[in-house]
Design a protein around this ligand. Structure first.
Ligand code: SF4
Length: 200
């Protein structure tokens, strides 16, 4: 009958597993508008997309009553993207959801007003417990701020003049506005916030 997407928590990416698995083309990526589009005329309520979404942002309604109930749940959902940031700065990526490919960096930085990208490599990974939760780093940033982790390569390192990894790259309205290089442990959390506030 109908598919609904909770865009409050969906990262609205063209790599969406729901688009890939949909057998009828009811979910598709609109390149021009840079958004996932729903064509409910094509939806057969098979539920494949719902099962594919790792964070439960895609919901499928089989009846009108179910549609209303799900819509209300989405409308009243207080969560934002930031509530799903389970990763920690400088630690091994925990959630594949926030890992992006180096070649998609340019595309990602235009996705929201504030986009923060962590660049890392195998040598820059530190102890998970001693690193700063990304959710904490984002607590004073706008709700629609986005976070990605990208494995750094030589081209990015050269283009952005990176001396030390890990690094947080900060983008505002698609423009690079600053970076914070080097590892910050949980004990240096306040210092990290201060630097971030100076940039944004
Ligand atoms: S429920 Fe099935 S047909 Fe409908 S959008 Fe999801 S995958 Fe496509």
């Amino acid at each position: 009958m109908s598919v609904l997407i909770n865009f409050k928590i969906c990262d609205n990416a063209k790599e969406c597993g729901g688009i890939a698995i949909c057998p009828t083309g009811a979910l598709k990526w609109n390149e021009k508008k840079e958004t996932i589009e729903i064509d409910n005329e094509k939806c057969i309520s098979c539920g494949k997309c719902e099962n594919e979404c790792p964070i439960g942002a895609i919901r499928v309604a089989k009846t009108e009553a179910e549609y209303k109930k799900i819509k209300e749940e989405i409308d009243n959902d207080p969560r934002t993207q930031k509530d799903l940031f389970v990763d920690r700065y400088g630690a091994t990526p925990l959630s594949e959801r926030f890992i992006a490919k180096p070649e998609t960096l340019n595309e990602k930085i235009h996705k929201s007003e504030i986009v923060i990208v962590e660049l890392f490599d195998d040598d820059s990974i530190e102890c998970l417990l001693k690193s700063i939760p990304i959710k904490d780093i984002f607590k004073e940033l706008p709700d629609n701020s986005l976070f990605y982790k990208i494995e750094c390569n030589a081209d990015i390192k050269r283009d952005l003049n990176i001396n030390e990894l890990p690094v947080l790259l900060v983008y505002e309205n698609g423009e690079f506005v600053g970076k914070i290089e080097g590892y910050y442990s949980i004990d240096q959390k306040e210092e990290m916030y201060k630097k971030l506030k100076q940039i944004i």
